[in-house]
Ligand binder design. Sequence first.
Ligand SMILES: NC(=O)c1ccc[n+]([C@@H]2O[C@H](COP(=O)([O-])OP(=O)(O)OC[C@H]3O[C@@H](n4cnc5c(N)ncnc54)[C@H](O)[C@@H]3O)[C@@H](O)[C@H]2O)c1
Length: 384
Amino acid sequence: MSSDLLRIGIAGSGFAGRFHHKNLRGLPAATVGVTSARAESRNAFAAEFGVRAYESVEAMLPDIDVLDICTPPSSHAAYIRAAAAAGKHVIVEKPFHGFFGSPLKHSKEEMLAAIAEELRDLRGVVAKSGILLGYAENYIYAPSIQRERQILEHTKAQILRMVAEESHSGSHSPVYGIWSEQGGGSLIGKGCHPLGGVLYLKRKEGMARRGTPIRPVAVSCRTHAITKEKAFEDRGYLRTTYHDTEDYAFLHVVFDDGMVADVMTSELVLGGVYDYVEVFANNHRTRCHIQPVRVVDLYSPDKKEFAGMDLMEKISSNEGWIPAYPEFGWSNGQFYEMHDFVNSMRAGREPECNLDLAIDITLAIYAGYVSADRKGTEVPVPGI
Ligand SMILES: NC(=O)c1ccc[n+]([C@@H]2O[C@H](COP(=O)([O-])OP(=O)(O)OC[C@H]3O[C@@H](n4cnc5c(N)ncnc54)[C@H](O)[C@@H]3O)[C@@H](O)[C@H]2O)c1
């Protein structure tokens, strides 16, 4: 291995750890180590990809340049702190951070106050250490979102409103649906994606038109547990195992220029991942398709033909016609995010999706939970 390669250490050898590793192909970087909670899982990953397995993040840090955090959300902040203390750059999966106490014991106001305090502190830790942090919100790197960014910058357009969504039934993770593990339900687990997309585009518009980012200042939100409703008829196709979290959320965002965005997210959509951002501007309108995109229409008479292939995320069957991915992670940005992280960290510059955006997304989500508790009353998004 060339000594010139950026040395990546992956924490978490599950779904995200695997696609992060695979998306380093062709880049001046290499996965040199992996760690995860279970020895069996990290050893299997290490054997499959020819990397070294470490017992802990702390043991791996001396041998790497970048810690790539692909573990469940409740561990993200501690690993960011460990990497910063060791002077190592960080890539961290979504959701960036959350409040991991029981919603039965803590009010949403308490959660918002605590997360604001924690984010302020984390920002100080990262700034003091001088490391770079790439927040792996893949929507930012989706080709359709990057096309919209170019249009905004080129035409100095003003976005008047946006509508965005990420929905699909549940998650493969057994701890999804448990607040103390995930920091919330659909709003944080899935809604962080389209919310990231709309906040990013207004930031970019602000930079192009006035030289400062346009930020979210207030939100109104409703959340529901639809699959827990007495009248819900379960036909067995949707996941229903949500312990103490919502399975539907609607977040209305007001920006500092008075313009708005509406973000929807739920576990109640059949047919695979349903992700888009639609932009209504003063000089154009763009529908950014994230997933599915119609590049490859694929037909199979029997699902067994394509068993085990990554053709479309979270679809229940590969039978019949499906809008297959041309390549895993292409249209949703997972492929391009690793390019930006590797190239920016090698060059010593801030990645496109950075800590500031991660902080705004997290604050808007927890302000949203406060609003949902008040049945949709507007709540300010704190500036920290
Ligand atoms: N951007 C995306 O599209 C996307 C997709 C899936 C997951 N994610 C995110 O990636 C992260 C991981 O999710 P996943 O789907 O890969 O989960 P997963 O359950 O498939 O894998 C998680 C891995 O982390 C390990 N782990 C758990 N706790 C740990 C700890 N404290 N220290 C070290 N290892 C630990 C587990 O053993 C496992 O190997 C989550 O934050 C999730 O939201 C993002």
